[in-house]
Design a protein around this ligand. Structure first.
Ligand SMILES: [Zn+2]
Length: 419
């Protein structure tokens, strides 16, 4: 049992956060809000000390905790839709904080197909941050690639993918979509492989496209990835599943990066992967990672994953970079590229969940998910309504530009050359 108060973004909040720590309370930040809590007995001592330090905490804003605080990470609003009775403390897109009794923890933690995870709330941590890196001087060779990103080419790839009635991993249409994507990579000059994978008792494919670097000896390997499959959770595997945002938007982004980088040569190796079996439990990426030789694993300098990049759920176009301590440097590079080459607002989190970046992170390979901000507001995913009508090209193309800029630089090009 305890008490908590929510502080919204302001200088007052920063002071309150600091004094909370020094006066024995705990605090956790999610974007522009912080929750501060203590045991019931310690609350008065904490608020008295805070008041003496000049921080006023409105008693009317104080709430009683029935149980303990937990972090829930969810796909869409899966957790909230299943347990509308859960006592919500903060809601920030895919991350929510809830107040749970022990019996609720054991009941609510059960999730069919990993649609959510219930985790103890790490005390005094930042669950999700809003970062504002300084824009750097644009590098002309990078800028030239940024300007080569084409809305009409992106939109044409997106439409082609959405036009398959479904891209359910176990459908014949998925195989057609994978073959179509492989043809696209091949016509751009990439070496392409359709790698069979298991999805339960059935079979599907990962599409893998390679562009070797020019350096002699051991080269690094940069991966740009997205899942190609879609799903309609209320229909069967033949039900319409256009998956425009989830995840034709990311797959079309990989194809657009492939197109822009098709002509250039770089020191290091580029590998583009469209995974199958994501919606049934990350089968494509799990099997890809477990099949990697140790030497190949060690060569991977970055994995940039796109999953749902094209629905505007926020007032300002926002990208969430979700990684882990192993991918902190990559997240910093992406945030800096966003500030330099796009108008994106950037959120970061080190709570990786439920997309193809997770199997890489589990093996300590630096991977980051790039995803539209506040993705849980997107109620159309996994239904027949995930159509082109809801696509925001400005947001999608800015996320593609950010990822392209970092990929290009990681591949090692001579940046002093003229474009
Ligand atoms: Zn997805």
């Amino acid at each position: 049992m305890g008490r908590y108060i929510l502080l919204s973004d302001s200088s007052e909040k920063r002071i309150a956060e600091e004094s909370a720590r020094s006066y024995g309370a705990h605090c956790v930040r999610l974007g522009d809000q912080t929750v501060v809590w203590t045991d019931s007995e310690e609350w008065n001592a904490f608020t008295n000390k805070a008041r003496q330090a000049g921080v006023s905490l409105d008693p009317a804003e104080t709430r009683e905790l029935e149980g303990q605080l937990y972090l829930v990470i969810q796909t869409g609003r899966a957790f909230q839709n299943t347990y509308p009775e859960a006592r919500l403390v903060i809601e920030k897109g895919r991350y929510i904080v809830v107040d749970l009794l022990p019996e609720e923890v054991s009941r609510f933690a059960e999730s069919k197909d990993d649609w959510w995870a219930v985790r103890p709330l790490a005390m005094d941590s930042v669950i999700m941050d809003i970062v504002k890196p300084e824009a750097q001087l644009a590098v002309p060779r990078v800028q030239a690639k940024i300007e080569a990103v084409s809305q009409s080419r992106y939109s044409s790839s997106l439409s082609s993918l959405v036009n398959f009635l479904t891209r359910h991993s176990l459908s014949s249409q998925f195989t057609s979509a994978a073959t179509w994507a492989a043809d696209q990579f091949q016509s751009l000059g990439y070496q392409v492989e359709l790698l069979p994978i298991n999805v339960g008792s059935g079979g599907s494919y990962n599409v893998i496209a390679d562009r070797p670097g020019t350096e002699n000896g051991v080269r690094k390997l940069v991966l740009v990835t997205a899942h190609l499959d879609s799903v309609n959770l209320t229909g069967g595997r033949e039900a319409p599943a256009p998956g425009a945002d989830d995840n034709a938007s990311g797959a079309a982004g990989v194809l657009e990066i492939a197109r822009v980088l098709a002509e250039h040569s770089a020191k290091h190796d580029l590998r583009l992967i469209l995974f199958g079996g994501e919606e049934q439990g990350l089968h494509g990426s799990k099997q890809y990672v477990s099949g990697l030789e140790a030497s190949e694993r060690a060569r991977i300098s970055a994995v940039i994953n796109m999953d749902m990049v094209a629905t505007l759920n926020t007032a300002l176009p926002t990208v969430l970079l979700e990684g882990a301590p192993v991918s902190r440097t990559l997240m910093e590079k992406l945030a800096e590229a966003a500030a330099t080459y796009t108008s994106l607002t950037v959120q970061t989190s080190e709570n990786p969940f439920a997309s193809d970046h997770v199997p890489f992170i589990n093996e300590l390979i630096p991977a980051v998910l790039t995803i539209e901000g506040t993705d849980s507001s997107n109620i159309n995913i996994h239904t027949a309504n995930d159509t082109l009508d809801h696509i925001n090209y400005g947001l999608a193309l800015d996320i593609v530009r950010m990822n392209l800029a970092v990929t290009f630089r990681l591949l090692g090009v001579n940046e002093s050359q003229s474009p």
